[in-house]
Design a protein around this ligand. Structure first.
Ligand code: UD1
Ligand code: MG
Length: 445
C-alpha cells in the first residue's frame, strides 16, 4: 500500500463549551501551536493525499487555521458518525483508506497511527484504537473477542456489567473507504443520546463477518482536551516529550521541569540550559550555547557558543552570531549582533545592527522609537559604547568608535572617532563644605 492510499478526516465540530473560551477549542495552543496543528502535523508524517477537517457552523477561524487543507461544515451536531458522513464528498475520488482523528486529541503519536496502518490488511478492513485508562470514566467500552472488536457501547447506553470493562474506545478509526462509508450510511440514532454514533460501525462489521481489529494506544496520547485542566495536563505531557527529545539530542537541562519549550524550538547540537527558561516560538539554539537561568526567548537565532543571561530577554527578529554574550537584564529586539559582540548588563538593543566584537556598556539604550516610527541603529565592528549611552536612531556608529560614558548620540560617528555627547563637568572648589555649613544644624530628637 502506498502513502497516497490514505485520506484523513479530523473531527472538530465540537463547540468546546467547557473551555469557557471565545477561541474555538481546537485552536487553543499547546507548546505554542494550536491543537489542530499538532494533529495535522502528526498525521502529515503518514503522507496522506488529503486531509479534511469537519467544523461546526461559524468556525471560520478553524477553517483558516486548517488551510491549505479542506474543511466541511457540519450544520447540526448529530454525532460522530454524522460528522464523518459530512466529510464524504470532500474525499472526492479517493479510493484507499480513511483515517478518522479528533481535533481535540492532540497528542496522538505517529507510531500508534503507523501501528494502525500496519494492522490493516486484506482481511482486516477496519482498525479501532483502544486504550486502558486508570479511570475509564465515561468513555465508550470495547467489547472484544480475541484481537477483534465485537462492538463498542457508549457509557450512557452501557449496563453495569459493560461499565466494569477497562478497555476503552479512544475514538480513532482506520478503514477502507467503501466499507466504512457503507456502514456509516446504515447508522441510526436509536440510543441514549439520540446521536449517530461512529462507534456503531464496529458491531455491523462484526455481524457482517469482517470484524475490525484493534490497536492499543497509551492513555497519555489519547487524552482528550475538553477543559482548561485537561489542556494543562496535555501541555505537561507535551513538554515532557519535547524536553526528552532535546535531551536525546545532547541538550543538558539542569532542572528539566522548569524549562518550557515551544514545539518548534530547535537545538543544533550540545547546549546547556539552566533552570527557569522560557522558549517562545521560533527559537533556534546553536551548538555549545549556554542559556543561563531566568531567560525569556522568542523568535531568535542564537549562534554557536553564545552565552545568554541570566535574566535576558530576546525578542522576535533577532540574530546573535557565534560567541555573542548577552548578560543580565538585557533586552534584544529585532537586532543582529555580530560575532563576539557583547551586551553584558542592563541594555536595550532594538532595531539595531551591531558589528562583530562591539562592546555595549551597562545602560546602553537604542532610542529606536520617536513616538511615530521605529528607526535603526548601526554600530560598527569593534566599537565601544560607554555606559549609559543613549543612541538616538536613526544613527550610525562607525567601526572602531569609542563613545564616552553617559553620552546622548544624535549624529553619525565616523570610524575610529572618539565621541562625547554630554554636559561638561564643573568642579566648584570647596563649595560642598560651604553648603553644608550654611545649613541650619539638625534638631536633636
Ligand atoms: C467519543 C466516542 C467514545 C470514545 C470517546 C473518546 C462516539 C459515539 N463515542 O465519545 O466511544 O470513548 O469519544 O474520547 O464516537 N464531533 C463532531 N461532530 C459531532 C460530534 C462530535 O465533530 O456531531 C467531534 C468532536 O468535536 C470531538 C469528537 O468528534 O472532536 C468526539 O466527540 P465527543 O462528543 O467528544 O465524543 P464522546 O462523547 O467523548
Ligand atoms: Mg469527548
Amino acid at each position: 500500500m502506498t502513502d497516497s492510499d490514505l485520506a484523513v478526516i479530523i473531527l472538530a465540530a465540537g463547540q468546546g463549551t467547557r473551555m469557557k473560551s471565545r477561541l474555538p477549542k481546537v485552536l487553543h495552543p499547546l507548546a505554542g501551536k494550536p491543537m489542530l496543528g499538532h494533529v495535522i502535523d502528526t498525521v502529515s508524517a503518514l503522507g496522506p493525499n488529503r486531509i479534511v477537517v469537519v467544523v461546526g457552523p461559524d468556525m471560520e477561524q478553524v477553517a483558516n487555521a486548517a488551510q491549505p487543507h479542506r474543511t466541511v461544515v457540519q450544520q447540526d451536531r448529530l454525532g460522530t458518525g454524522h460528522a464523518v458522513a459530512c466529510a464524504k464528498n470532500a474525499l472526492g475520488d479517493h479510493v484507499g483508506d480513511v483515517l478518522i482523528l479528533y481535533g481535540d486529541v492532540p497528542l496522538i503519536t505517529v507510531q500508534t497511527l503507523e501501528a494502525m496502518r500496519a494492522t490493516r490488511d486484506c482481511d482486516t478492513k477496519m482498525v479501532g484504537l483502544t486504550f486502558r485508562p486508570s479511570d475509564p470514566a465515561r468513555y465508550g467500552r470495547v467489547i472484544s473477542n480475541g484481537d477483534h472488536i465485537e462492538r463498542i457501547v457508549e457509557y450512557k447506553d452501557a449496563s453495569a456489567e459493560e461499565r466494569a470493562i477497562g478497555l476503552c474506545n479512544a475514538g480513532m478509526v482506520l478503514g477502507a473507504r467503501d466499507v466504512l462509508f457503507d456502514l456509516i450510511a446504515r447508522l441510526d440514532n436509536r440510543n441514549a443520546q439520540g446521536e449517530y454514533y461512529l462507534t456503531d460501525v464496529f458491531a455491523s462489521a462484526y455481524a457482517n463477518g469482517s470484524p475490525a481489529a484493534m490497536v492499543e494506544g497509551s492513555a497519555q496520547e489519547v487524552l482528550g482536551v475538553n477543559d482548561r485542566k485537561e489542556l494543562a495536563q496535555a501541555e505537561k505531557i507535551l513538554q515532557g516529550r519535547l524536553r526528552a527529545r532535546a535531551m536525546a539530542d545532547g541538550v543538558t537541562f539542569l532542572d528539566p521541569d522548569t524549562v518550557w519549550l515551544s514545539s518548534d524550538t530547535r537545538f543544533d547540537g550540545e547546549a546547556v540550559v539552566e533552570p527557569n527558561v522560557f522558549f517562545g516560538p521560533g527559537v533556534r539554539v546553536g551548538r555549545d550555547a549556554l542559556i543561563r537561568a531566568f531567560c525569556h526567548l522568542e523568535g531568535t537565532e542564537i549562534g554557536t557558543g553564545a552565552r545568554i543571561g541570566p535574566f535576558a530577554r530576546l525578542r522576535p527578529g533577532s540574530s546573535l552570531s557565534q560567541n555573542v554574550h548577552i548578560g543580565n537584564f538585557v533586552e534584544i529586539k529585532n537586532a543582529n549582533m555580530g560575532e563576539g559582540a557583547k551586551a553584558n548588563h542592563l541594555a536595550y538593543v532594538g532595531d539595531a545592527d551591531v558589528g562583530p566584537k562591539a562592546n555595549l556598556g551597562a545602560g546602553t539604550i537604542t532610542c529606536n522609537y520617536d513616538g511615530f516610527a521605529k528607526h535603526r541603529t548601526a554600530i560598527g565592528a569593534g566599537a565601544f559604547i560607554g555606559s549609559n549611552t543613549a543612541l538616538v536612531a536613526p544613527v550610525s556608529v562607525g567601526d572602531g568608535v569609542i563613545v564616552g560614558a553617559g553620552s546622548t548620540i544624535t549624529e553619525n560617528i565616523p570610524a575610529d572617532d572618539l565621541a562625547l555627547g554630554r554636559g561638561r563637568q564643573t568642579n566648584l572648589s570647596g563649595r560642598a563644605k560651604l553648603f553644608r555649613e550654611a545649613r541650619p544644624p539638625k534638631r536633636a530628637k
